[in-house]
Design a protein around this ligand. Structure first.
Ligand code: 4FV
Length: 224
């Protein structure tokens, strides 16, 4: 999987992605990151990437020209995604869909946002990581890269497994326990020490369903 990222702050990358699973995935050549500096697609001596909003109002808006030029010069031919609060929320189903592509191109907004003609006439989809406003699209891009990378074959080592994890079946995950069997008087559930796999599997399914019912009933109703 090749990730291309268009950003005003290329130095933020690869950042946290060099550690752990994604770091190993990059070292193994299973995932690659190509960072593009938006300013490299300007041609005026001020290298202008933003301008005042038509209609007035505070803040600045990213201009369309450098973004269109950058995307048209891209290496890959997978989906072009604008990270933005206006997009549908990223979830595991969307992550799974994106992981089927060979490459993804991620556009990171800054300031008040990006000229609407980018969303309307250039990108394949907008994606939001949550209903809150960040200072930039770089952290959302890293979140998406991390989540998608986990599903690339060979990226997860034996100590992790994408199998039956949270949201795979729209359920929260069952509780995990490890040694010691008793910690500060809190014991691990007996069934997990029983070695009785069928009973353990049933307990885990019940736990996942129960905590989903209590904490995230929206998941059971299949709400987006
Ligand atoms: C965001 C989000 C987000 C909006 C204005 C960057 C900021 C600034 N992106 N999910 N939530 N972006 O807040 O994806 O341009």
């Amino acid at each position: 999987m090749n990730f291309e990222v268009l950003t005003l702050f290329p130095a933020l990358f690869p950042g946290p992605l060099t550690s752990g699973v994604t770091g190993r995935g990059m070292a193994a050549g299973l995932i690659s990151l190509r960072i593009h500096n938006l300013r490299d697609y300007t041609h005026d001596r001020h290298r202008q990437v933003d301008d005042v909003p038509y209609g007035g109002g505070a803040g600045m808006v990213l201009k369309p020209e450098p973004i269109f030029e950058a995307v048209r010069a891209r290496v890959g031919n997978g989906p072009v995604i604008l990270m933005s609060p206006q997009g549908p929320l990223l979830n595991q189903a969307v992550v799974r869909q994106l992981s089927a592509h060979k490459d993804l191109y991620l556009i990171c907004g800054r300031y008040e946002g990006v000229d609407e003609r980018v969303a309307a006439h250039l990108v394949d989809q907008e994606i939001s990581i949550g209903d809150y406003v960040l200072t930039g699209g770089e952290l959302p891009a890293m979140v998406l890269i991390d989540a998608v990378s986990r599903l690339i074959a060979g990226v997860l080592g034996s100590e992790e497994s994408p199998k039956d994890e949270s949201f795979a079946e729209r359920l929260l995950e069952y509780p995990h326990f490890t040694r010691p069997a008793v910690f500060e008087g809190h014991a691990v559930p007996e069934v997990l020490l029983s070695g009785h796999h069928a009973q353990i599997e049933r307990w885990r399914r019940e736990q996942a369903a129960d905590r989903t019912r209590r904490r995230r009933p929206d998941l059971l109703r299949g709400e987006k």
